[in-house]
Design a protein. Structure first.
Length: 559
């Protein structure tokens, strides 16, 4: 009887314990104990068929729990296929072969595995490595460079007038940079919708229609740069490059992606985006932390995803009959913006010890969703308000008009919060006498992406001009020693802006030299899109004109 109870219970608790330990979260925190209690209750409920019905129901339940454990730990189930069925059947056969002692054997093994899991080492929240320091042989010291990428930061004149009718939020951004001596490009834009495409081209001063030549990897596993011309050129000039990156995209280890190594990136600091450790000390109620932990844990499981799909189908079906079930939103509980916030403090600490000839490059997942902060940088107490930038509209689009209207004000609050933290960094540099002589670049990688898209070639005709601005308008501001504030309204791509400033130091006047305002939309990934031409395979992206935009409004004029 005890074996029938302990087997499912210990097996079900084991992956949760491994998850909590892996993220370095305290096992004795109240929210952890509540989560363990919830899983214990589920484990005891699952054990009841075996207690009541005997050996055969118990075997089926245990085989199902083993399949779930494999699903959580390996995350290799991609659909209902022979792998899932094979693991379940193999588990059932082995349990059956153990005979009448199967419950005792599995209980002992499961309890041993559970206890062993309690001593697993935690994954560090911030990974750091440094190369050997090298002496500079340059006759004059190089200026300090601070280059910050704000992910999903819309451009100043891209801020929609629908949500900023008096222009106050756009003016706040404009004044923020001009008052600090920046040259601001209010109508800058990215040619790409996704960070990996935008940043890999930006840092290679490129705008390829085959952007994957510069990076490798997939969204879930993280991307790595193949090449980085920007770092290479700065290092050749004598700069020591210090990188602050997330585990979403690796700018440091090019050899891992099969690329040529950049000579001696001096230091690399990598923070985990989706880690429950980011909320451990956050001022949230225990119930809210429990929801974050369980939601993040459930997203690891294919089986839980299928259960969620079935639940949502049932919820919609019953709603048509006048019955209401509570919403189960698995997108809640994402914490990337909370995780990114800690880098501001680390950046300030390291800048305090910076020497001339240092380049600090930081990619921050802010003001990127989830929108967890208000405009004063206070963490919202109810995670149901931590909305992502999309709702997954029923027509396959990211948003509809209603969901966009709900998200934009929250996004603009987080934009204000992000700039509060930037102000703290700049003020600390001013107190230390670093600010005036430093080169500082603050830019986005693409727009807010609170669009009705996503913008793809196959649906280009159905996209509104506003969708393009939401997707591609982005920030670019640069402060150079000795230069005063300027507001520049030319429509220029960020890859050209960075290349000109890094390689030539300045931009020529006029727009005759500038490229036509075009953005790159991805082609559909199907055999018909891979037709061969005389030059070889078709590019993976197609150019489309970027509509003119001005002071939050989109012009009907073509560029």
């Amino acid at each position: 009887m005890l074996g029938y109870l302990l087997g499912p219970l210990a097996l079900l608790l084991t992956p949760l314990v491994i998850f909590v330990r892996h993220h370095g979260y305290s096992m004795l925190a109240p929210e952890t104990l509540v989560c363990l209690g919830v899983f214990s209750l589920v484990g005891l409920i699952l054990a009841l068929p075996g207690v009541i019905g005997g050996r055969y129901p118990a075997i089926l339940i245990l085989a199902g729990v083993i399949t779930f454990v494999v699903d959580i730990q390996l995350q290799n189930f991609e659909g209902w296929n022979q792998v899932v069925v094979g693991i379940f059947l193999a588990s059932a056969v082995v349990l059956f072969a153990l005979g009448k002692h199967f419950s005792r054997v599995t209980a002992v093994m499961a309890c041993t595995l559970l206890l062993t899991s309690l001593w697993l080492p935690a994954e560090p929240r911030l990974k750091n490595w440094q190369s050997e320091p090298r002496e500079s042989s340059l006759p004059e010291p190089l200026p300090l460079v601070l280059h910050i990428i704000l992910d999903e930061q819309i451009g100043i004149e891209g801020v929609p007038s629908d949500f900023d009718p008096a222009g106050n939020k756009a003016e706040y951004l404009r004044s923020f940079y001009l008052e600090r001596g920046f040259r601001v490009f209010g109508r800058a834009y990215s040619r790409y919708y996704n960070s990996e495409e935008s940043l890999s081209n930006l840092l290679n001063f490129s705008n390829s229609l085959n952007p994957s030549v510069y990076y490798v990897g997939e969204f879930a596993a993280g991307m790595s740069m193949r090449r980085n011309a920007y770092f290479g050129e700065m290092i050749q000039r004598g700069y020591r490059v210090n990188v602050y990156q997330s585990d979403y995209m690796d700018f440091c280890n090019l050899e891992r992606a099969g690329g040529a190594a950049v000579a001696n990136v001096s230091a690399c600091h990598e923070y985990a985006l989706e880690t429950i450790s980011s909320i451990e000390t956050a001022p949230l109620a225990v119930a809210q932390k429990v929801r974050v932990i369980l939601t993040m844990f459930s997203r690891l499981s294919f089986l839980m995803t299928e259960i969620h799909t079935g639940y949502e189908f049932s919820r919609r079906f019953l709603a048509n009959l006048g019955l209401t079930l509570p919403e189960w939103n698995r997108d809640q509980g994402r914490v990337s913006s909370v995780s990114a916030m800690s880098i501001f403090e680390r950046l300030q600490q390291d800048l305090a010890e910076a020497e001339p000839g240092s380049l600090f490059f930081a990619h921050l997942l802010l003001p990127h969703s989830p929108y967890a902060y208000d405009d004063r940088c206070e963490l919202k107490q109810n995670i149901t308000g931590w909305l992502n930038g999309w709702q997954r509209a029923p027509n396959g689009r990211r948003n509809d008009t209603a969901s966009r209207k709900r998200r934009y004000p929250l996004y603009l609050d987080q934009v204000a919060c992000t700039h509060r933290k930037l102000a703290e960094v700049f003020e600390a540099m001013q107190r230390r006498g670093q600010f005036d002589d430093a080169i500082i670049i603050v830019q986005g990688d693409h727009g807010s992406r609170i669009d009705l898209g996503p913008p793809r070639h196959r649906i280009a005709r159905s996209l509104s001009k506003r969708d393009y601005v939401d997707a591609f308008s982005t920030l670019y501001a640069i402060k150079l020693p000795g230069s005063g504030p300027v507001y520049d309204r030319r429509i220029l791509p960020i890859d050209v802006l960075l290349a000109r400033h890094i390689r030539e130091g300045e931009l020529p006047p006029g727009i005759e030299w500038a490229p036509k305002p075009v953005v790159h939309l991805s082609r559909p990934r199907n055999p018909k899109a891979r037709r061969r031409s005389a030059a070889g395979a078709l590019p993976s992206m197609v150019e489309h004109p970027l509509p003119r935009f001005s002071h939050g409004k989109v012009s009907e004029q073509t560029p």
